[in-house]
Design a protein around this ligand. Structure first.
Ligand SMILES: Cc1cc2nc3c(=O)[nH]c(=O)nc-3n(C[C@H](O)[C@H](O)[C@H](O)COP(=O)(O)OP(=O)(O)OC[C@H]3O[C@@H](n4cnc5c(N)ncnc54)[C@H](O)[C@@H]3O)c2cc1C
Ligand SMILES: NC(=O)c1ccc[n+]([C@@H]2O[C@H](COP(=O)([O-])OP(=O)(O)OC[C@H]3O[C@@H](n4cnc5c(N)ncnc54)[C@H](O)[C@@H]3O)[C@@H](O)[C@H]2O)c1
Length: 503
């Protein structure tokens, strides 16, 4: 669909281009993608307007990364109190008010909110408008303000950064039983003195897995329902197995290969009907969290009227340009990833291409994309997984280091997990890393740097890592690779040399 320049020009033919523009850039949506776009534009002295319909900071700050990680922290502490005997203390059932935990979650959001606030961005030189934006033509955006007034702005370029919203599966009865999503649960559960008693978590992706474990640790009786054969299907099967075992230890009933069919209320009691290998059964619950994926926000702001093609995400080319090269997209709405850090990463390409594309355009670079799921143990990945390498027929070698062997992990009582490194056969060049263990999301940074800058495992092995740290796992993994690649001929010579030296 993205043809030559002539064809591209044709898409503008039905519109009247303004003689001049009020702004260089309008950014729609103030989540990670929009904030970073506006920041870069202002830093390069462009006149930029950022339009947000709801809350500054978008999903990550208000409904996603921030509240979930704050909840996970309280849950981990509850877990440690419960299992304090592992550390020579007396384990006990934690007593707490769930409302206080949620109060802390909201406190954390409030503490971080100034980073993404209207005031901060205004100080940086961004014009921030709080209203709903709609594309009128390729250069005009209309803002509808909460008081009912509207304003039309013209701009040379536009970045669509409208994000994604939780997908709610169309199960019969789901509206009658009521459900929570990541958008609603932080407010709806805010004043509860106790965590939901019987909680169903629908979905075994990162959201479902992080929340299922956190709520179980905070006292909920959790049933997690995933229709795929295993949790966290994008990761290798051994990762899914390890995470499932960890969740089960925390009391989560993990049902994989279970399809949700319907929900209902019988005599005031809520249930969900699931099907597994031809058998159906009902699971009673008090609350249900739908965590079965997030759908990009594509409707209601002019994409249809402008004829901008969408296919689950806004269609963009390598430069993040839509059908109209002056309208670009970044973040969850553009895909293919749905992470805060990929949204910010794309924002750089979208903004630079929007503002300076007439001189030089940059292709969005997806070569080294890391992510982590903040279960306990954490799961972090960069590059290829073993299953992907096999499926794509990519020649590779696998090196493993078991974190159960790591001094610091043993001392910390977190001796679980592994580092798995895929390399080019016979070389130390890294193709991908999967890291499972405490702080895996932090530890993987060294491999991300190595991959990004072409450093092989020998360079990691040759780097001093502080003893005793979890980060030593990376070095030991590199050491495993080295041991498997010693030159036997050289070793034989060394052995003869030592024998000769002994006389
Ligand atoms: C529970 C949960 C946990 C998560 N944890 C992590 C994590 O640990 N790490 C991680 O990297 N990612 C995590 N994510 C994903 C992360 O939150 C998203 O990838 C990220 O927020 C995407 O940023 P974005 O800018 O693309 O979109 P958003 O943050 O969704 O921002 C889009 C903004 O656009 C606004 N908007 C939409 N339409 C209009 C319009 N027409 N006019 C004006 N404004 C509009 C919306 O109100 C919204 O504020 C998590 C998500 C959830 C739900
Ligand atoms: N730590 C992180 O970085 C983090 C944390 C949370 C979310 N996120 C982002 O948010 C995105 C969305 O996360 P998510 O977990 O909601 O979605 P997901 O698409 O990753 O996982 C959803 C899961 O639900 C299952 N499912 C779908 N319909 C179902 C049904 N009817 N019954 C049972 N199971 C069903 C799917 O098989 C899938 O495994 C992720 O892809 C990720 O990019 C990131």
């Amino acid at each position: 669909m993205f043809l030559n320049t002539l064809t591209r020009r044709k898409v503008y033919a039905r519109w009247t281009r303004p003689g001049k523009f009020d702004r260089n850039l309008i950014v729609i949506g103030a989540g990670a993608a929009g904030l970073v776009s506006a920041y870069i534009a202002a830093a390069t002295k462009a006149k930029v307007t950022l339009i947000e319909a709801h809350k500054m900071g978008g999903d990550c700050l208000n409904y996603g990364c921030v509240p979930s990680k704050a909840l996970i922290k309280s849950a981990k502490l509850a877990h440690h109190i419960r299992h304090a005997d592992h550390y020579g203390l007396q384990g006990t059932t934690p007593t707490f008010s769930f409302a206080r935990v949620m109060e802390r979650v909201h406190g954390v959001i409030a503490d971080i909110a100034p980073h993404d606030s209207v005031e901060r961005y205004a100080d940086l030189g961004v014009e921030v408008l709080q209203g709903y934006a709609r594309l009128i033509d390729p250069w005009t955006v209309e803002v509808a303000f909460p008081d009912g007034s509207t304003q039309r702005l013209t701009t040379r370029s536009i970045i669509i950064a409208t994000g994604a919203a939780p997908f709610v599966p169309p199960l019969p009865g789901i509206d009658d039983v009521g459900y929570l999503t990541s958008d609603t649960l932080w407010d709806k559960l805010r004043d509860r003195t106790e965590a939901p008693k019987r909680l169903v978590v629908l979905g075994g992706g990162p959201i479902g897995t992080e929340l299922a474990q956190a709520f179980a640790r905070l006292g909920s009786q959790v049933t997690q329902i995933e229709m795929a054969p295993r949790l966290m299907i994008r990761e290798d099967a051994e990762v899914s197995a390890l995470v499932q075992a960890a969740l089960e230890r925390d009391g989560v009933a993990v049902l994989t290969g279970y399809k949700a069919l319907a929900c209902g209320v019988t005599d005031g009691a809520k249930w969900i009907e699931v099907e597994h290998q031809g058998q159906t059964r009902r699971i009673a619950f008090d609350d249900l969290i739908a965590a079965v994926g997030r759908s990009p926000r594509l409707k209601g702001f002019g994409l249809e009227e402008l004829g901008i093609p969408v296919n689950r995400v806004v269609e963009t080319n390598d430069y993040l340009e839509t059908l109209y090269p002056n309208i670009l997209a970044a973040g969850d709405v553009a895909g293919p990833y749905q992470f805060t850090h990929t949204a910010s990463h794309q924002a750089w390409f979208a903004t630079v291409n929007a503002l300076f594309g007439s001189f030089k355009r940059f292709k969005a670079d997806y070569r080294v994309i890391p992510w982590a799921t903040f279960s306990d143990p954490e799961v972090a990945r960069v590059g290829l997984s073993e299953a992907e390498a096999v499926a794509q027929n990519i020649p590779h070698e696998v090196t493993r280091y078991g974190i159960d062997d790591l001094d610091r992990a043993i001392a910390d009582g977190s001796a679980e997990g592994f580092v798995k490194v895929l390399t080019v056969p016979g070389k130390d060049r890294i193709l991908g890393v999967t890291l499972v263990g405490a702080h895996a999301g932090d530890l993987i940074a060294e491999f991300v740097l190595a991959m990004k800058h072409g450093l092989g495992l020998s360079k990691i092995l040759g780097t001093i890592h502080i003893y005793p740290t979890l980060a030593e796992a990376n070095k030991y993994a590199a050491g495993e690779w080295r041991r498997a690649h010693v030159n036997p001929a050289l070793l034989a010579i060394a052995e003869r040399y030592h024998r000769w030296r002994r006389g």
